[in-house]
Design a binder for this molecule. Structure first.
Ligand code: SF4
Length: 88
């Protein structure tokens, strides 16, 4: 799949981007999180979206079903995995 093609299949296509932005600087209320997850959970391109956020070091907002804090930890695992794959 070409880099940008995944966006066409996003469950959030056409949805107000505000749904995926935090209430405060980085904080998501549970209500807001549930709203974002209602799209991300069923999204067919969740992994592409998550990797896009990792690759572009996006820290704010919901991507791939995770908020910025959750991605910070997940990214460490992803980076390690990628390095291991490159060494194979
Ligand atoms: S994972 Fe969530 S934010 Fe990413 S494209 Fe899918 S619905 Fe949108």
């Amino acid at each position: 799949m070409m880099k940008s093609q995944w966006r066409d299949k996003a469950a959030c296509r056409g949805v107000d981007t505000e749904v995926f932005m935090p209430d405060g600087r980085r904080h998501f209320s549970q209500k807001k999180k549930r709203g974002a997850l209602s799209y991300c959970t069923v999204c067919p391109v969740k992994q592409d979206c998550l990797e896009f956020a990792f690759e572009h070091d996006i820290k704010i907002g919901f991507y791939g079903g995770m908020d910025g804090n959750e991605r910070r930890y997940a990214k460490r695992v992803w980076v390690r995995k990628r390095k291991a794959e490159q060494m194979e």
